[in-house]
Design a protein around this ligand. Sequence first.
Ligand code: GLV
Ligand code: MN
Length: 195
Amino acid sequence: ADPDPLQDFCIADLEAQPSINGFPCKPASNVTSDDFFFDGLSKEGSTGNIFRSNVTAANVLAFPGLNTLGLSMNRVDFAPGAINPPHIHPRSTELVLVVKGKLLVGFVTTGFVYHSKVVSAGEIFVIPRGLVHFQKNVGKGKALSFTAFDSQLPGVVILPLTLFGSTPPIPNDVLTKSFQVDEDVVKAIKSKFGN
Ligand code: GLV
Ligand code: MN
């Protein structure tokens, strides 16, 4: 969904001030084949966290060669039982390829319809841009997926962290009224996310 480029490539100069859309190009005379290569998705991410999953992003910030090219990729590692919690990518559709294990992948439309599938190795599932989605490891062992995006920087709004872990925090009465629960429930959830 990113704009089309007006030149072959534009390796991001991450030190430069970002311009209105993406980064300025590093000088063409300094470009080498290594600028088109990234090995950061080859290693398993650490799943030692409350969700038991880990996202390694190959977006323009990690891989400057993607600048202006309108695509990027994540590696997502899942320990047994892991969740990649409900989240949104404001600037991108997502294509999930499961490489190992079995994932329950689901999203909800703007009309509140829930779509989901159990996706196994070699299978793909598409999540339309801007919709709330998640993955859960429903296999016996670890799971591994790669996700492709039609944006160099899809952005991510992680719902539990956004609603309960913001700085400064959203007032408790906003959350109790929104979720129709007592304040102790809101406080308990906030405490899991550093608030
Ligand atoms: C999975 O949903 C991802 O954003 O990589
Ligand atoms: Mn996603």
